[in-house]
Design a protein around this ligand. Structure first.
Ligand SMILES: Nc1ncnc2c1ncn2[C@@H]1O[C@H](COP(=O)(O)OP(=O)(O)OP(=O)(O)O)[C@@H](O)[C@H]1O
Length: 479
C-alpha cells in the first residue's frame, strides 16, 4: 500500500458485520476503531482524530444521523460515510446534505467499503490542502503599509490600533480609493487573527445570486450551474477575517442572512437545510453614507447597528495635509524624479479618485516620461493645469473660459462673439488660436484647452473635414 493507512472509525451496532468489516480493513493495513453505538463514538472522536468515519444510520440510542449532527456541531474534522439499508436512500441523501461525503448501501462488499474509504480520505486531504493554500496565499501578501502622516491619517492609525485587538465588527467608510481595503488589512494584521485567513468579497462586483453563493456557498444542484457542493467565503474564512467591500451594495434580500451570521454565527448554504456555525470577524467597507441608506430604506437598520459597532472614517486625499508628497515619494520608483511644478500640480489637484488615482497618475507619468524626469507634459492635462500660474479650475469650465490665468489662451468673451456664429465655428477659432499661441505644440495646446491630446487631434481632423466639405459645396454652388 503506497498511501498511508486510513485512520477509520467504524460505528455499527450489528456485531458480525462490524467485526467482519474491522478485520478486513485491518488486514488491508488500516487503523480501525470499531464501536457499537453513537454515544461511544462521540466520546472516542472527541479524544482521537480520524481520517474517515463510517456511521450506520439505524442504531438504537443515538442514530447515525444524530451522531453526524453532533460531530458537525462540535466541528470534529473527518470525512463521514453513511451506511444505510435498502429503501432508506432518502435519508442517505439528507445525510449528505448535512455534511456526510458519501453513502454505502448494506449489504456492501468489503472491497467497496475500502474503495469508498480511500476516496473519502483523499477528498479530505484535498480539502485540507485547499484550505491551507488559501491561508498561505492570504498570509504571503506583502505587509500592509498605510502611507500618510497627516493629522487626519494619524487619527486613523490610532483608531486602527484601538479596534484591531477586539473581535467586534468594524465599518470603514470613505470615498473610493481612500484606502479602505488597506485599512482593513492593517486591522487584521494588528489583530490576534493576523496569521489566520483574510478573505475578501466585493458586493458591487457580483450579481445578487453570485454574492449569495460566494458568501454562503451552495449545495450541488441548488441552481443551474451548481454542479458541485461549494463552501462559501464564511466557511473559508472560519477562524479568520472576512472583508466585505461595498457592503452598501449588499442586496436587501441577503441582509437578514448576514445579520444571522453576525448574531449567532449560524448560516446555511444555498439549497441546504444543514445549519453550519462559523466564527468569523467581519470588517465591512462602503463609500456610501450607510446611515442615509438606512433612511432611504436600502439598508436594514438592525444590520447597520450590528456592523457599525466600531467605525473608521478614511479622509479624502485632498484633506490629508502633506500626504500627496509622501505618497509620491513612496510610489515613484527609483530612478524617476518629479519636477517642482509637477509636485505643485499634484498637491493642488483635488483627487476625486483619491490615492488610487494618484498612484495611477504616477505610474502613467513614469511610462510617458522621456528619461527619468517627470514633467508637466507627462501628466493628464486636467491635472497639469493645476501647476503654478494656473487657477486650477480649467477642467470644469466651458471652452470659452479656458485657462483664465493663461493670457496666451484668452478666448473671446460672450459679448464679443457674434450670436450668428455656430458653436463649431467658435470652437474651431478658439482651438486654432490656442494652437497658434503655443507655436503649434499640440501637447501644450491640449493642456491649455483642458482636453486630451487625442481629442485635439480628432477636433483638428474634424475641422479639416468640414473645411473640405464646405469647399466642395461652394464649388458645386458656383458650377
Ligand atoms: N494610505 C495608503 N498607503 C498606501 N497605499 C494606499 C493607501 N491608500 C490607498 N492605497 C492604495 O490605493 C489603492 C486603492 O486602495 P483601496 O482599494 O484600499 O481603496 P478603497 O477605499 O477600498 O477603494 P474602493 O472604495 O474603490 O474599493 C490600492 O492600490 C492601495 O494599495
Amino acid at each position: 500500500m503506497s498511501q498511508p493507512p486510513i485512520k477509520l472509525l467504524l460505528v455499527e451496532d450489528e456485531n458480525d458485520f462490524r467485526n467482519t468489516c474491522a478485520r478486513w480493513m485491518e488486514r488491508k493495513g488500516h487503523e480501525v476503531t470499531a464501536v457499537a453505538g453513537g454515544a461511544e463514538a462521540l466520546e472516542v472522536c472527541r479524544n482521537q482524530s480520524f481520517d474517515v468515519a463510517v456511521f450506520d444510520i439505524n442504531m438504537p440510542g443515538m442514530s447515525g444521523m444524530e451522531l453526524l449532527q453532533r460531530v458537525q456541531q462540535e466541528k470534529l474534522e473527518m470525512e463521514i460515510i453513511i451506511l444505510t439499508g435498502q429503501g432508506t436512500i432518502e435519508s442517505a441523501v439528507t445525510a449528505m446534505q448535512m455534511g456526510a461525503c458519501d453513502y454505502l448501501t448494506k449489504p456492501c462488499s468489503l472491497g467497496d467499503l475500502e474503495h469508498h474509504c480511500i476516496l473519502a480520505r483523499d477528498r479530505g486531504q484535498l480539502r485540507r490542502e485547499n484550505q491551507q493554500l488559501k491561508a498561505i496565499i492570504s498570509r504571503s501578501r506583502p505587509a500592509v503599509e498605510l502611507i500618510g502622516s497627516s493629522p487626519s491619517m494619524t487619527q486613523v492609525v490610532k483608531m486602527i490600533h484601538k479596534v484591531a485587538p477586539t473581535d467586534k465588527p468594524v465599518l470603514i467608510q470613505g470615498e473610493s480609493g481612500t484606502g479602505k481595503e488597506v485599512a482593513a488589512r492593517a486591522i487584521q494584521q494588528c489583530s490576534l487573527l493576523a496569521d489566520r485567513p483574510f478573505v475578501t468579497i466585493n458586493c458591487a462586483a457580483l450579481p445578487e445570486q453570485l454574492v449569495e453563493s460566494e458568501l454562503f456557498g451552495h449545495q450541488k444542484g441548488s441552481f443551474t450551474g451548481a454542479t458541485s457542493d461549494k463552501p462559501g467565503l464564511f466557511e473559508i474564512a472560519d477562524g479568520g477575517t472576512l472583508f466585505i467591500d461595498e457592503i452598501g451594495e449588499l442586496p436587501l434580500s441577503l441582509q437578514p442572512k448576514l445579520l444571522r451570521v453576525l448574531e449567532d454565527g449560524s448560516m446555511r448554504r444555498i439549497g441546504s437545510h444543514k445549519e453550519r456555525f462559523v466564527n468569523v470577524r467581519i470588517i465591512a467597507a462602503t463609500n456610501r453614507q450607510l446611515a442615509r441608506e438606512v433612511e432611504a430604506g436600502n439598508f436594514r437598520e438592525d444590520l447597520f447597528y450590528r456592523i457599525n459597532v466600531l467605525s473608521l472614517e478614511l479622509p479624502p486625499l485632498r484633506e490629508r495635509e502633506g500626504d500627496v508628497d509622501r505618497l509620491i515619494d513612496h510610489f515613484l520608483p527609483v530612478p524617476w524624479h518629479v519636477e517642482p511644478q509637477v509636485r505643485e500640480a499634484l498637491n493642488r489637484y483635488p483627487w476625486p479618485g483619491n490615492v488610487r488615482q494618484l498612484i495611477n497618475v504616477i505610474q502613467r507619468a513614469t511610462i510617458l516620461a522621456d528619461g527619468n524626469d517627470v514633467t508637466l507634459d507627462d501628466l493628464p492635462s486636467e491635472i497639469a493645469d493645476y501647476a503654478e500660474g494656473s487657477t486650477g479650475t480649467t477642467a470644469a469650465v466651458p471652452v470659452a473660459n479656458v485657462d483664465a490665468g493663461d493670457s496666451t489662451a484668452a478666448a473671446p468673451s460672450c459679448e464679443t462673439v457674434p450670436s450668428s456664429l455656430k458653436l463649431d465655428d467658435v470652437a474651431k477659432s478658439h482651438v486654432l488660436h490656442v494652437l497658434e499661441m503655443q507655436k503649434g505644440n499640440k501637447a501644450k495646446a491640449a493642456r491649455v484647452l483642458g482636453i486630451h491630446r487625442r481629442k485635439l487631434y480628432r477636433l483638428l481632423d474634424r475641422f479639416q473635414q468640414n473645411a473640405c466639405e464646405n469647399q466642395e459645396a461652394s464649388v458645386g454652388a458656383a458650377e
